[in-house]
Design a protein around this ligand. Structure first.
Ligand code: AMP
Length: 171
């Protein structure tokens, strides 16, 4: 996986001083890098009968939609507040840099559908925690939460204790 790591750009002090931003645009613009990224994210879930992949706005949309296609699953967006047009459920959470909230459509999936959550980075775990809670709120069964990058030093896994977390690259 070192060839994937080599294509990720590290941007210091973005979006705030003290944050090292893992910029995946340099990975996604490389055809081989993009394909290998999606293969690596999808591989553990082949044969898991995933009904829908949930992608978290906005980089989770890029990865999640491609993973859904690889798995033959549908796609469900989890978005920032005010973006989804129909009735929603909402969860607030803390970010590595600030606070925010996420929403899902109340009728996003039928009860007990097998759901895989996908995002680019697992940092403090607040975003993923909110996404898992939202999926359960609409009746989905969380089969996995998959990340391209996990920042071990922020200990996001602690917030996801007992949840089925998988990450391709760890720092
Ligand atoms: P967290 O809720 O702290 O786990 O943050 C995860 C979310 O914030 C993901 O959707 C990431 O896209 C974004 N994020 C947090 N920290 C970083 C980072 N250092 N580099 C890039 N994206 C980040």
């Amino acid at each position: 996986m070192d060839h994937l790591k080599a294509k990720i750009r590290h941007v210091p002090d973005f979006p705030k001083k003290g944050i090292l931003f893992y910029d995946i645009t340099t990975l996604l613009s490389d055809a081989r890098g993009f394909a290998d990224t999606i293969d690596a994210l999808a591989a553990p879930y082949m044969g898991e009968d995933i009904d829908q992949v949930v992608g978290i706005e906005s980089r989770g949309f890029i990865l999640g939609a491609a993973v859904a296609n690889a798995l033959g699953s549908g796609f469900i967006p989890i978005r920032k507040p005010g973006k989804l047009p129909s009735l929603t459920h909402k969860e607030s959470y803390n970010l590595e840099y600030g606070t925010d909230a996420l929403e899902i459509h109340q009728d996003a999936c039928p009860t007990d559908h097998r759901i895989l959550i996908v995002d680019d980075v697992l940092a403090t775990g607040g975003t993923a925690r909110a996404a898992i809670d939202l999926v359960r709120k609409v009746g989905g069964k969380v089969i996995g939460a998959a990340f391209l990058i996990e920042l071990d030093f922020l200990n996001g896994r602690a917030k996801l204790e007992g949840e089925p977390v998988y990450s391709v690259l760890r720092y």
